[in-house]
Design a protein around this ligand. Structure first.
Ligand code: CO
Length: 136
């Protein structure tokens, strides 16, 4: 069903400090930076192999990532799996008993189409399905 791990999402308070860690200490290349209004975040993508690390800074305390930070502090936020056809994948997940946060795909980073699955139905792991917009 899933092609590969597209990225892991990391919630951060200080985006510049996090970028310095991943760029300088881990020698990953920053390839994209974008404010994703639909997710209430400023997001940065860094390349690692054919996957990415996605650093997420909330735009405010009332956003999903803002609430996550208030509850859990900084750290791993979600894992994202790449699929070729998100419209075909979501009904299969529903049929398999997985609860969707997003019934319909929404626009994610770099004009991808994404949907989140509820962590209560995925063993506590917030899971994102992403259909990249062409050669992610
Ligand atoms: Co993500």
């Amino acid at each position: 069903m899933f092609g590969r791990i597209d990225h892991i999402g990391v919630a951060v308070e200080d985006l510049d400090a996090a970028i310095a860690l991943y760029e300088t200490s881990f020698e990953m290349e920053l390839v994209h930076r974008e404010t994703v209004d639909s997710q209430g975040v400023e997001a940065v993508l860094l390349d690692v192999g054919d996957g990415h690390v996605e650093l997420l800074r909330p735009l405010g305390p009332d956003t999903a990532v803002g609430k996550f930070l208030a509850k859990n502090g900084t750290g791993l936020h979600h894992v994202a799996y790449a699929v070729d056809d998100i419209d075909a994948t979501l009904p299969r997940l529903t049929a398999a008993g997985i609860r969707l946060i997003d019934e319909e795909p929404r626009v994610g980073i770099r004009e991808s189409r994404v949907a989140f699955l509820h962590p209560r139905s995925t063993g506590g792991v917030l899971t994102e399905i992403v259909e990249p917009a062409g050669g992610h």
